[in-house]
Design a protein. Structure first.
Length: 402
C-alpha cells in the first residue's frame, strides 16, 4: 500500500479515540490517502508514501477545533479594556452603549472586503497555533444586510486562511441602539428578516441570554425559529447572572451551552440528559474576573466538556487555543485529558462534527505536529503545562502538509 503522506517516527500520537482518555501511542506513524487517514500503527510497519515526514521529538494530535469565536469584527475596544482595569464592569459598559454596541458601529462601517481581510488575518494567526476548524459567529451587524456580510466575510476568510469555518447566526447578541425603544420589534426582525436571509450561510443559531441582553423567553422563541429553518441551537448561558438559560437550551436539544459560570444543579442535570456540550471559555473568565464554572459538578454529571477561545474584541482577546487549554487547567481545574479533548474531539461534538477531532482510519486528515517547550519531554501534560510554550511544526488540513 502506498500513501500520499506518511507522518512517521512520532514520539507520541494522541488519538483522542477513547472516552475520557487521550489515546496515547508511542513510536507511531499515520498514513494519509485522498485527504483521509488510511492507516495508523507502529512506525516500523508504516506504508510507503509519496511524502514522508518525520515527527521525531514531537507529538501528533487531531487538528484543533475552536468551537466558539467572534472572529469577524472591525474596530477596537482598547479604551473599554482600560475602563475595566479602572473598575468598570462589562454589563455597565454594555448598558451605556459600549461593549458589543461599539463593535457593531465599527463593523457596520466597513465593507465586505475589509471585514474579510481582518477576519482572515485572525484566522491565520489561529491556524499558526494549530486550529484547522473554527466556528465564527455573526452578531456585530444586528440588521439583515450586516449580519449577512459578517457570515460572508467569515466563510471567505476561512478560504484565505485555510481554516474550515462553520457559521453561527447571532443576531440576538444584543439589542442595537436604534431598537432600544422597541426590543419586541427587534426580536421580530431577528426572526422574520435576519434569520431567513442568513440561514443558508449558518449551521447554528445562538442567543446571548443574560442581564442586559435577552431573556429566557426571548431566547426560546429565537432558537425555536432557527431550528425550524434547520439551524442547530447553541446558547451563551449563565455567564454574568443565573437565568435558567442552560436548562431551556437543553430542553430544545442545543448542541452546546457556553460560559456557564452561574449554572445551577438543574441546568447541569438538563444538559447531561440532553447531551448538550458545556463549552468553557477561560479567556473571558480571566478578562472579566468571573468565578469558575462548576467543572467538578459538570464532570460528575457526565456533561461533555469542550474548551474554546471566545476570540472577540472586548472580553477575550485570545488567539491561542493552546493557551485556553492551559488556562482551563489553571483556573477551572480541568484535567490534562479534559483540556486536550476539549480542544479536539469534544469541540467537534459541540459543533456536531463526526469526521474530525479523532485520529482514526477513515477520519478527515486534519492533524498537527507539535514540538514541546524547550527541554520538555513529549508528554500530554507537558504539552499543556507551558502557557504558549510549544511550537506547531506542521499543520495538516485535508491531508495537505504545511
Amino acid at each position: 500500500m502506498s500513501a500520499d503522506l506518511v507522518i512517521t517516527e512520532i514520539d507520541a500520537l494522541y488519538t483522542m479515540d477513547h472516552d475520557s482518555e487521550v489515546g496515547e501511542q508511542r513510536g507511531a506513524a499515520v498514513a494519509i490517502v485522498d485527504g483521509l487517514i488510511s492507516w495508523l500503527g507502529p512506525a516500523k510497519d508504516a506504508p510507503t508514501g509519496t511524502t514522508v515526514e518525520s515527527a521525531r521529538g514531537c507529538a501528533v494530535l487531531p487538528g484543533l477545533i475552536d468551537c466558539h469565536t467572534h472572529a469577524a469584527w472591525a474596530g477596537s475596544r482598547a479604551v473599554e479594556w482600560e475602563q475595566r482595569l479602572a473598575g468598570a464592569n462589562y454589563s455597565e459598559i454594555l448598558e451605556a452603549g459600549g461593549g458589543i454596541l461599539s463593535t457593531v458601529r465599527a463593523s457596520r462601517e466597513v465593507g465586505l472586503d475589509e471585514l474579510t481581510a481582518l477576519t482572515a488575518a485572525r484566522l491565520t494567526r489561529m491556524r499558526a497555533r494549530g486550529v484547522t476548524t473554527a466556528e465564527v459567529k455573526s452578531g456585530y451587524g444586528l440588521n439583515p444586510d450586516d449580519e449577512l456580510k459578517q457570515l460572508r466575510a467569515a466563510h471567505e476568510a476561512g478560504k484565505l486562511a485555510d481554516v474550515d469555518v462553520l457559521g453561527t447566526f447571532l443576531g440576538a447578541h444584543t439589542v442595537p441602539a436604534e431598537w432600544r425603544h422597541d426590543r419586541a420589534r427587534y426580536i421580530q426582525q431577528v426572526i422574520h428578516e435576519q434569520l431567513p436571509k442568513v440561514a443558508p450561510l449558518a449551521r447554528f443559531i445562538d442567543v446571548y441570554v443574560d442581564r442586559g441582553a435577552f431573556t429566557v423567553e426571548e431566547g426560546r422563541a429565537i432558537l425555536a425559529a432557527g431550528a425550524e429553518l434547520g439551524l442547530y441551537p447553541r446558547i451563551h448561558a449563565e455567564q454574568v447572572t443565573y437565568t435558567g438559560a442552560a436548562a431551556m437550551a437543553a430542553e430544545l436539544g442545543a448542541s452546546s451551552a457556553d460560559h456557564l459560570e452561574q449554572i445551577d444543579d438543574a441546568g447541569i442535570a438538563a444538559m447531561a440528559a440532553s447531551g448538550t456540550v458545556a463549552v468553557l471559555l477561560p479567556g473571558a473568565m480571566l478578562t472579566l474576573r468571573d468565578p469558575s464554572p462548576p467543572v467538578a459538578a459538570l464532570r460528575a454529571a457526565g456533561v461533555t466538556l469542550a474548551i474554546a477561545s471566545d476570540l472577540n474584541p472586548g472580553t477575550s482577546t485570545v488567539y491561542d487555543l493552546w493557551a485556553c487549554a492551559t488556562l482551563a487547567c489553571w483556573q477551572m481545574q480541568t484535567t490534562v485529558a479534559e483540556a486536550l479533548r476539549g480542544i479536539t474531539v469534544n469541540a467537534a461534538r459541540a459543533l456536531r462534527l463526526d469526521d474530525r477531532g479523532v485520529v482514526r482510519v477513515g477520519m478527515r486528515a486534519d492533524l498537527i505536529v507539535v514540538e514541546p517547550a524547550p527541554g520538555e519531554p513529549v508528554t500530554a501534560g507537558g504539552l499543556v503545562q507551558h502557557l504558549g510554550g510549544n511550537t506547531i511544526r506542521h499543520v495538516i488540513r485535508g491531508g495537505r502538509l504545511s
